[in-house]
Write a new protein. Sequence first.
Length: 106
Amino acid sequence: MADATDASLAEVLKTPSLVLLDLWAPWCGPCRAVAPVLESIAGRYAGRLKVVKVNVDDNPATARAYDARSIPTLVMIRDGQTVARVVGAQPEPALVAQLEPHLPPV
């Protein structure tokens, strides 16, 4: 898992892996609830998935760019393009089911 800012996000997104961008805020209960799920997924798919967290309070340009009207907003990005998005906290099996079709093969 990595943290990014408005200034560093473009560089962080330069990866052959699928990126799961977590748009969150420290005061958001559902964001805190989904954090351990994201840590588990990051470990499970290490090398194929990069989880990147962006605090929307500190990085409003990224929040606007990815239309984060509700948080958590999870955006799946491959080659700089959004391939899927999930709004709201999801249990791990539901999130994995949405991620797996977009993951690169082993």
